[in-house]
Design a protein around this ligand. Structure first.
Ligand code: SF4
Ligand code: SF4
Length: 304
Protein backbone atom coordinates (compact mmCIF):
# COMPACT_ATOMS: atom_id res chain seq x y z
CA UNK A 1 0.00 0.00 0.00
CA UNK A 2 1.42 3.38 -1.03
CA UNK A 3 1.36 6.34 1.36
CA UNK A 4 0.19 9.79 0.19
CA UNK A 5 3.75 10.95 -0.57
CA UNK A 6 4.38 7.91 -2.75
CA UNK A 7 1.00 8.36 -4.47
CA UNK A 8 1.77 12.03 -5.16
CA UNK A 9 5.19 11.19 -6.62
CA UNK A 10 3.55 8.50 -8.77
CA UNK A 11 0.85 10.97 -10.00
CA UNK A 12 3.52 13.47 -11.06
CA UNK A 13 5.53 10.79 -12.89
CA UNK A 14 2.38 9.59 -14.68
CA UNK A 15 1.41 13.17 -15.59
CA UNK A 16 4.78 13.62 -17.25
CA UNK A 17 4.46 10.25 -19.01
CA UNK A 18 1.10 11.44 -20.41
CA UNK A 19 2.74 14.49 -21.99
CA UNK A 20 2.50 17.20 -19.34
CA UNK A 21 5.69 19.14 -18.74
CA UNK A 22 5.20 19.73 -15.07
CA UNK A 23 2.74 18.80 -12.32
CA UNK A 24 2.26 20.13 -8.82
CA UNK A 25 -0.33 19.52 -6.12
CA UNK A 26 -2.11 22.09 -3.93
CA UNK A 27 -4.48 21.62 -1.03
CA UNK A 28 -8.03 22.53 -2.08
CA UNK A 29 -9.37 25.46 -0.09
CA UNK A 30 -10.94 28.90 -0.71
CA UNK A 31 -8.59 31.31 -2.48
CA UNK A 32 -7.00 34.04 -0.39
CA UNK A 33 -8.76 37.33 0.33
CA UNK A 34 -6.16 39.40 -1.55
CA UNK A 35 -6.95 37.50 -4.77
CA UNK A 36 -10.69 37.82 -4.25
CA UNK A 37 -10.31 41.56 -3.75
CA UNK A 38 -8.15 41.87 -6.87
CA UNK A 39 -10.64 39.90 -9.01
CA UNK A 40 -13.67 41.79 -7.69
CA UNK A 41 -12.03 45.19 -8.30
CA UNK A 42 -10.96 44.09 -11.80
CA UNK A 43 -14.52 43.08 -12.63
CA UNK A 44 -16.03 46.19 -11.03
CA UNK A 45 -13.90 48.37 -13.31
CA UNK A 46 -15.33 46.51 -16.32
CA UNK A 47 -11.94 45.18 -17.46
CA UNK A 48 -13.57 41.92 -18.58
CA UNK A 49 -15.44 43.65 -21.44
CA UNK A 50 -18.20 41.38 -22.75
CA UNK A 51 -16.84 38.27 -21.02
CA UNK A 52 -19.82 38.15 -18.69
CA UNK A 53 -19.08 34.54 -17.77
CA UNK A 54 -16.25 35.86 -15.59
CA UNK A 55 -18.86 37.53 -13.37
CA UNK A 56 -20.84 34.32 -12.89
CA UNK A 57 -20.13 31.44 -10.50
CA UNK A 58 -17.82 33.56 -8.34
CA UNK A 59 -18.68 31.34 -5.35
CA UNK A 60 -17.07 28.38 -7.12
CA UNK A 61 -14.25 30.46 -8.62
CA UNK A 62 -13.24 31.61 -5.15
CA UNK A 63 -13.78 28.20 -3.54
CA UNK A 64 -12.97 25.20 -5.76
CA UNK A 65 -14.12 22.76 -3.08
CA UNK A 66 -17.65 23.59 -4.31
CA UNK A 67 -16.84 21.98 -7.67
CA UNK A 68 -16.30 18.43 -6.39
CA UNK A 69 -17.98 16.80 -3.39
CA UNK A 70 -15.41 16.36 -0.66
CA UNK A 71 -12.67 17.98 -2.75
CA UNK A 72 -9.30 17.78 -0.96
CA UNK A 73 -6.62 18.29 -3.59
CA UNK A 74 -5.94 20.16 -6.80
CA UNK A 75 -3.49 18.48 -9.15
CA UNK A 76 -2.22 21.18 -11.51
CA UNK A 77 -0.53 20.34 -14.79
CA UNK A 78 1.05 22.47 -17.48
CA UNK A 79 1.56 21.59 -21.14
CA UNK A 80 4.02 23.46 -23.34
CA UNK A 81 2.54 24.83 -26.55
CA UNK A 82 5.56 26.57 -28.05
CA UNK A 83 5.36 25.67 -31.75
CA UNK A 84 8.22 24.30 -33.82
CA UNK A 85 7.31 26.54 -36.77
CA UNK A 86 5.78 30.02 -36.84
CA UNK A 87 2.50 30.33 -38.71
CA UNK A 88 1.65 33.90 -39.59
CA UNK A 89 -1.66 35.18 -38.35
CA UNK A 90 -2.58 32.57 -35.76
CA UNK A 91 -1.54 32.78 -32.14
CA UNK A 92 0.89 30.03 -31.10
CA UNK A 93 -1.58 28.30 -28.80
CA UNK A 94 -4.15 27.73 -31.56
CA UNK A 95 -2.07 26.17 -34.30
CA UNK A 96 -3.01 22.55 -33.64
CA UNK A 97 -6.13 20.80 -32.39
CA UNK A 98 -8.18 22.32 -29.60
CA UNK A 99 -6.06 22.42 -26.45
CA UNK A 100 -9.06 21.94 -24.14
CA UNK A 101 -9.46 18.45 -25.52
CA UNK A 102 -5.73 17.63 -25.59
CA UNK A 103 -5.35 18.58 -21.91
CA UNK A 104 -8.64 17.18 -20.60
CA UNK A 105 -8.28 13.80 -22.31
CA UNK A 106 -4.92 13.34 -20.61
CA UNK A 107 -6.36 14.46 -17.26
CA UNK A 108 -9.17 11.86 -17.57
CA UNK A 109 -6.50 9.24 -18.23
CA UNK A 110 -4.59 10.46 -15.18
CA UNK A 111 -7.76 10.16 -13.06
CA UNK A 112 -8.20 6.58 -14.22
CA UNK A 113 -4.55 5.80 -13.41
CA UNK A 114 -5.02 7.25 -9.90
CA UNK A 115 -8.15 5.15 -9.46
CA UNK A 116 -6.16 2.02 -10.22
CA UNK A 117 -4.15 2.60 -7.04
CA UNK A 118 -6.64 4.45 -4.82
CA UNK A 119 -10.39 4.90 -5.36
CA UNK A 120 -11.34 8.55 -5.76
CA UNK A 121 -13.77 10.93 -7.44
CA UNK A 122 -12.58 13.88 -9.44
CA UNK A 123 -13.22 16.34 -12.23
CA UNK A 124 -10.87 17.59 -14.93
CA UNK A 125 -10.77 21.18 -16.15
CA UNK A 126 -8.84 23.20 -18.69
CA UNK A 127 -10.12 26.70 -19.22
CA UNK A 128 -13.56 25.11 -18.98
CA UNK A 129 -14.86 25.96 -15.50
CA UNK A 130 -14.75 28.80 -12.99
CA UNK A 131 -11.28 27.95 -11.68
CA UNK A 132 -8.51 30.50 -11.09
CA UNK A 133 -6.00 28.39 -12.99
CA UNK A 134 -2.91 30.58 -12.67
CA UNK A 135 -3.57 31.10 -8.95
CA UNK A 136 -3.68 27.34 -8.41
CA UNK A 137 -0.58 26.85 -10.54
CA UNK A 138 1.25 29.21 -8.17
CA UNK A 139 -0.18 27.40 -5.14
CA UNK A 140 1.04 24.10 -6.60
CA UNK A 141 4.55 25.57 -6.91
CA UNK A 142 4.70 25.67 -10.73
CA UNK A 143 5.73 29.31 -11.21
CA UNK A 144 4.66 32.91 -10.79
CA UNK A 145 2.17 35.20 -12.53
CA UNK A 146 4.18 37.71 -14.54
CA UNK A 147 3.33 41.32 -15.30
CA UNK A 148 1.97 39.95 -18.60
CA UNK A 149 -0.62 38.08 -16.47
CA UNK A 150 0.69 34.73 -17.70
CA UNK A 151 1.99 31.85 -15.63
CA UNK A 152 5.76 31.82 -16.04
CA UNK A 153 7.54 28.58 -15.22
CA UNK A 154 11.18 29.10 -14.22
CA UNK A 155 13.55 27.73 -16.82
CA UNK A 156 10.65 27.03 -19.21
CA UNK A 157 8.88 30.29 -20.01
CA UNK A 158 5.30 31.54 -20.37
CA UNK A 159 3.74 29.39 -23.15
CA UNK A 160 1.80 26.74 -21.26
CA UNK A 161 -1.74 25.43 -21.09
CA UNK A 162 -2.85 24.85 -17.52
CA UNK A 163 -5.15 22.02 -16.49
CA UNK A 164 -6.48 20.85 -13.13
CA UNK A 165 -7.73 17.63 -11.66
CA UNK A 166 -9.81 18.22 -8.53
CA UNK A 167 -9.96 15.05 -6.43
CA UNK A 168 -11.48 13.99 -3.13
CA UNK A 169 -8.34 12.36 -1.69
CA UNK A 170 -5.65 13.90 0.46
CA UNK A 171 -2.21 14.06 -1.16
CA UNK A 172 1.25 15.41 -0.39
CA UNK A 173 1.19 19.14 -1.15
CA UNK A 174 3.83 21.23 -2.86
CA UNK A 175 4.93 24.53 -1.39
CA UNK A 176 3.40 27.55 -3.18
CA UNK A 177 5.84 29.35 -5.48
CA UNK A 178 7.28 32.26 -3.52
CA UNK A 179 7.63 35.75 -4.92
CA UNK A 180 7.98 36.66 -8.55
CA UNK A 181 10.97 36.94 -10.86
CA UNK A 182 9.94 39.83 -13.10
CA UNK A 183 11.96 42.25 -10.98
CA UNK A 184 12.47 45.58 -12.72
CA UNK A 185 11.61 44.16 -16.16
CA UNK A 186 8.70 45.86 -17.98
CA UNK A 187 9.25 44.50 -21.48
CA UNK A 188 5.75 43.02 -21.83
CA UNK A 189 4.18 46.37 -20.85
CA UNK A 190 6.41 48.24 -23.27
CA UNK A 191 5.74 45.82 -26.14
CA UNK A 192 1.95 45.62 -25.71
CA UNK A 193 0.66 47.30 -28.90
CA UNK A 194 -2.58 48.59 -27.35
CA UNK A 195 -1.54 49.46 -23.78
CA UNK A 196 -3.88 46.73 -22.53
CA UNK A 197 -1.04 45.96 -20.14
CA UNK A 198 0.08 48.95 -18.14
CA UNK A 199 1.22 49.88 -14.66
CA UNK A 200 -2.52 50.04 -13.82
CA UNK A 201 -2.93 46.34 -14.60
CA UNK A 202 -4.62 44.53 -17.46
CA UNK A 203 -7.60 45.84 -19.43
CA UNK A 204 -9.00 43.01 -21.56
CA UNK A 205 -11.12 45.49 -23.57
CA UNK A 206 -7.94 46.82 -25.19
CA UNK A 207 -6.27 43.45 -25.62
CA UNK A 208 -5.90 42.11 -29.17
CA UNK A 209 -6.55 38.58 -28.00
CA UNK A 210 -9.88 39.67 -26.57
CA UNK A 211 -10.75 41.87 -29.56
CA UNK A 212 -9.94 39.27 -32.21
CA UNK A 213 -11.38 36.24 -30.40
CA UNK A 214 -14.01 37.18 -27.81
CA UNK A 215 -15.35 40.49 -29.09
CA UNK A 216 -18.29 40.00 -31.45
CA UNK A 217 -18.99 43.51 -32.78
CA UNK A 218 -17.02 45.92 -34.94
CA UNK A 219 -13.33 46.27 -34.20
CA UNK A 220 -12.08 49.66 -33.01
CA UNK A 221 -11.06 51.95 -35.88
CA UNK A 222 -7.44 51.61 -37.06
CA UNK A 223 -6.84 48.59 -34.86
CA UNK A 224 -5.21 46.87 -37.87
CA UNK A 225 -2.14 49.11 -37.40
CA UNK A 226 -1.61 47.57 -33.98
CA UNK A 227 -2.27 43.98 -34.97
CA UNK A 228 1.21 43.34 -36.37
CA UNK A 229 0.72 40.17 -38.44
CA UNK A 230 -1.78 38.39 -36.25
CA UNK A 231 -5.50 38.13 -37.00
CA UNK A 232 -6.25 35.52 -34.33
CA UNK A 233 -4.89 36.39 -30.90
CA UNK A 234 -1.66 38.16 -29.99
CA UNK A 235 1.57 36.80 -28.56
CA UNK A 236 3.48 40.07 -28.12
CA UNK A 237 3.58 40.05 -24.32
CA UNK A 238 4.81 36.46 -24.31
CA UNK A 239 7.38 36.86 -27.03
CA UNK A 240 8.70 40.00 -25.30
CA UNK A 241 9.30 38.12 -22.08
CA UNK A 242 12.97 37.28 -21.48
CA UNK A 243 11.90 33.98 -19.92
CA UNK A 244 10.71 32.90 -23.39
CA UNK A 245 14.32 32.16 -24.21
CA UNK A 246 13.94 28.89 -22.33
CA UNK A 247 11.04 27.72 -24.50
CA UNK A 248 11.47 24.56 -26.57
CA UNK A 249 9.07 23.31 -29.27
CA UNK A 250 6.30 21.07 -27.98
CA UNK A 251 6.06 17.48 -29.14
CA UNK A 252 2.35 16.82 -28.53
CA UNK A 253 0.92 15.24 -31.68
CA UNK A 254 -2.47 17.01 -31.49
CA UNK A 255 -0.86 20.44 -31.12
CA UNK A 256 1.02 20.28 -34.42
CA UNK A 257 -0.37 22.38 -37.30
CA UNK A 258 -1.79 20.59 -40.33
CA UNK A 259 0.20 20.67 -43.61
CA UNK A 260 -2.60 22.77 -45.14
CA UNK A 261 -2.33 25.38 -42.38
CA UNK A 262 1.45 25.50 -42.78
CA UNK A 263 1.06 26.17 -46.52
CA UNK A 264 -1.27 29.20 -46.06
CA UNK A 265 0.20 32.48 -47.33
CA UNK A 266 -1.08 36.08 -47.15
CA UNK A 267 -3.09 35.74 -50.37
CA UNK A 268 -4.69 32.51 -49.17
CA UNK A 269 -5.81 34.22 -45.99
CA UNK A 270 -7.21 37.20 -47.93
CA UNK A 271 -9.26 34.83 -50.09
CA UNK A 272 -10.22 32.40 -47.34
CA UNK A 273 -13.52 30.65 -48.13
CA UNK A 274 -15.93 29.29 -45.54
CA UNK A 275 -15.35 25.78 -46.79
CA UNK A 276 -11.59 26.18 -46.37
CA UNK A 277 -12.09 27.74 -42.93
CA UNK A 278 -14.15 24.74 -41.83
CA UNK A 279 -11.55 22.31 -43.11
CA UNK A 280 -8.60 24.18 -41.57
CA UNK A 281 -10.17 24.64 -38.15
CA UNK A 282 -12.52 21.66 -37.75
CA UNK A 283 -10.79 20.53 -34.52
CA UNK A 284 -9.25 23.84 -33.54
CA UNK A 285 -9.87 26.46 -30.86
CA UNK A 286 -10.14 28.94 -33.78
CA UNK A 287 -13.60 27.47 -34.40
CA UNK A 288 -14.71 29.57 -31.42
CA UNK A 289 -14.14 32.69 -33.48
CA UNK A 290 -16.32 31.73 -36.47
CA UNK A 291 -15.71 32.36 -40.16
CA UNK A 292 -17.25 35.84 -40.35
CA UNK A 293 -15.31 37.09 -37.36
CA UNK A 294 -12.05 35.70 -38.68
CA UNK A 295 -12.75 37.48 -42.00
CA UNK A 296 -13.40 40.69 -40.04
CA UNK A 297 -9.98 40.34 -38.40
CA UNK A 298 -8.20 39.57 -41.65
CA UNK A 299 -9.79 42.62 -43.28
CA UNK A 300 -8.68 44.82 -40.37
CA UNK A 301 -5.13 43.60 -40.89
CA UNK A 302 -5.34 44.21 -44.65
CA UNK A 303 -6.39 47.82 -44.09
CA UNK A 304 -3.36 48.73 -42.00
S1 SF4 B 1 -1.98 39.75 -25.84
FE1 SF4 B 1 -1.17 41.49 -27.02
S2 SF4 B 1 -2.66 43.11 -26.75
FE2 SF4 B 1 -3.09 41.57 -25.20
S3 SF4 B 1 -1.98 42.26 -23.40
FE3 SF4 B 1 -0.61 40.87 -24.48
S4 SF4 B 1 0.58 42.20 -25.84
FE4 SF4 B 1 -1.16 43.39 -25.14
S1 SF4 C 1 8.36 40.53 -19.87
FE1 SF4 C 1 9.41 41.00 -17.96
S2 SF4 C 1 7.82 41.97 -16.68
FE2 SF4 C 1 6.77 40.92 -18.36
S3 SF4 C 1 6.24 38.92 -17.53
FE3 SF4 C 1 8.22 38.69 -18.58
S4 SF4 C 1 9.75 39.02 -16.96
FE4 SF4 C 1 7.80 39.78 -16.19
Amino acid sequence: MMDKKEISTYIKAEAERLGFDICGIAQAMPVNSETIRYCNDWLKEGNNGSMGYLERNCDKRYDPTLLVDGCRSIIVVAMNYTPAVQINGISDYAQGHDYHKAVKERLFRLLKIINDIIPCNGRAFCDSAPVLERYWAVQAGLGWIGKNRQLIIPGRGPQFFIGELLVDIELDYDRPFEGERCGECRRCLEQCPTAALSSHGFDARKCLSYLTIEHRGELPENIGKKMKNSFYGCDCCQKACPHSRFAVPNSIAELQPSPELMRMNDDDWKNLTEEQYKRLFAHSAVERCGYEQLRRNIKALESK
